[in-house]
Design a protein around this ligand. Structure first.
Ligand code: GLV
Ligand code: MN
Ligand code: MN
Length: 408
């Protein structure tokens, strides 16, 4: 029986719900994400696929004999804190649905096809996004990832053992990269482009340059009642000024409408109502069309943040935690997808994806499925059942196209 993408998403709808934030919190190697991994393995095995977990914590479900010229499809299962149901799982479920539809009609691929579920795409637990694909491509060294620490002090090396991964094996996977002829990731659109165009499916053109910086403002912890305003060195006040500066500066850069700056995570220490904090840790996310634009935007925000720290008698320490340059997807593959789908729209995105990391090594493309509100990284992310099925159907056609070509 053909697997239906909507039914597959319904099967996992209760896994990892977050009763406090709403939506889903499915962080890598935590119980909910481990349950999703088991669901993916079980469902893939049920289709007759050969399931393999690679040494970087990515799971692969192989259709047919493995080898050169493989067409890979897939996405991720983890979520941001309080994320939606579609970001990630829609791509994995659509991939399984596509393979099952082709099997059902008796299609025989002329080359290997594999479905991938990448680990820690969001960077919600260990701070850096796309860890699975960055490890596989060597964009991040295994030793660096192994040493990353989550909020509870657990290292990646300790955490990955929960899915049987030996941290000694983390790192670039030459053989797997060499075996891939193409990677196509289907994803719910994380903007309003398709809704504006009144179309269900698009092909991606590019991803904005983007990075994350950790900002540590340090001041003097003190008593909220006994410390005069003029005697304070309050890092929260300095941070608040930095947040407003980031907003103001990115908005002023908006000629191309692609400059973005966000501080969405702040941790005041010690974090008491009647306590002036001694320190605030914050994470700044900056994105832009090109590397120079993104770097210029960052520099302006950091300069305003240093000034804010000084004004409040505090210090500021900045660390770059990750950076990915602008990605332009393979133009040939892009055009072939557009053609095969009857001339669907082509859209750029500001969201990062494993496809953006693999694009440096393998001809890579993305399909987007309409998001009626454009909201994502939120419990309110939505997609209609009809559009999810249209996306899975489009992916089916793309696998048919790519897997029909004999290996050279
Ligand atoms: C991932 O979704 C990102 O763009 O941060
Ligand atoms: Mn996401
Ligand atoms: Mn995603």
């Amino acid at each position: 029986m053909t697997l239906d993408v909507v039914t597959l998403l319904t099967e996992i709808a209760d896994i990892g719900r977050d009763p406090v934030r709403g939506g889903y919190s499915r962080h890598v190697y935590e119980p909910a994400e481990l349950e999703l991994r088991e669901w993916f393995r079980r469902t893939s095995a049920g289709l007759g696929l050969e399931v393999e977990t690679d040494r970087n914590g990515n799971i692969w479900a192989h259709w047919g004999p493995r080898g050169d010229g493989t067409i890979a499809i897939g996405s991720h299962l983890d979520s941001v804190p309080g994320g939606g149901a579609y970001d990630g799982p829609l791509g994995v479920a659509s991939s399984l649905a596509a393979v099952s539809a082709l099997m059902e009609e008796g299609f025989v691929p002329a080359r290997p096809v594999t479905v991938a579920a990448f680990g820690e795409e969001e960077g919600s637990r260990f701070g850096i996004a796309c860890l699975g694909s960055k490890l596989m491509t060597g964009a991040l060294p295994g030793a660096k990832v192994a040493a990353l620490v989550d909020e509870a002090g657990v290292t990646y090396a300790e955490a990955c053992r929960a899915d049987g991964i030996d941290p000694a094996g983390l790192g670039r996977d030459e053989e797997r990269l060499a075996s891939l002829a193409a990677f196509v990731e289907l994803h719910v659109e994380q903007g309003i482009g398709l809704a504006d165009l009144e179309a269900p499916v698009a092909v991606a053109s590019s991803i904005l340059a983007h990075g994350r910086w950790r900002l540590v403002f340090s001041g003097e912890g003190n008593h909220a009642g006994a410390t005069r305003m003029r005697d304070r060195r309050d890092p929260v006040a300095a941070m608040a000024a930095a947040v407003l500066a980031a907003q103001r500066i990115a908005s002023a850069h908006d000629g191309a409408d692609s400059a973005r700056a966000t501080i969405g995570r702040l941790v005041p220490i010690p974090g008491g109502t009647n306590v002036i904090a001694s320190r605030v840790d914050a994470w700044l996310d900056v994105r832009g069309d090109t590397d120079p634009q993104t770097r210029a935007l960052l520099e302006e925000i950091l300069s305003a943040s240093h000034a804010a720290a000084q004004e409040h008698g505090c210090t500021l320490e900045v660390t770059e935690e990750s950076y990915v340059s602008t990605v332009n997807f393979d133009p040939d593959l892009q055009q072939r997808l557009v053609g095969a789908l009857g001339g669907v729209p082509v859209l750029a995105t500001g969201a990062g994806h494993d496809a953006g990391i693999l694009a440096a090594e393998v001809p890579t493309a993305m399909l987007f499925t309409r998001n009626p509100t454009g909201v994502s990284h939120s419990p309110y992310e939505t997609a209609t059942d009809e559009d999810c099925r249209a996306g899975a159907k489009a992916l089916t056609e793309i696998v048919r196209l790519l897997a029909s070509e004999p290996r050279r």
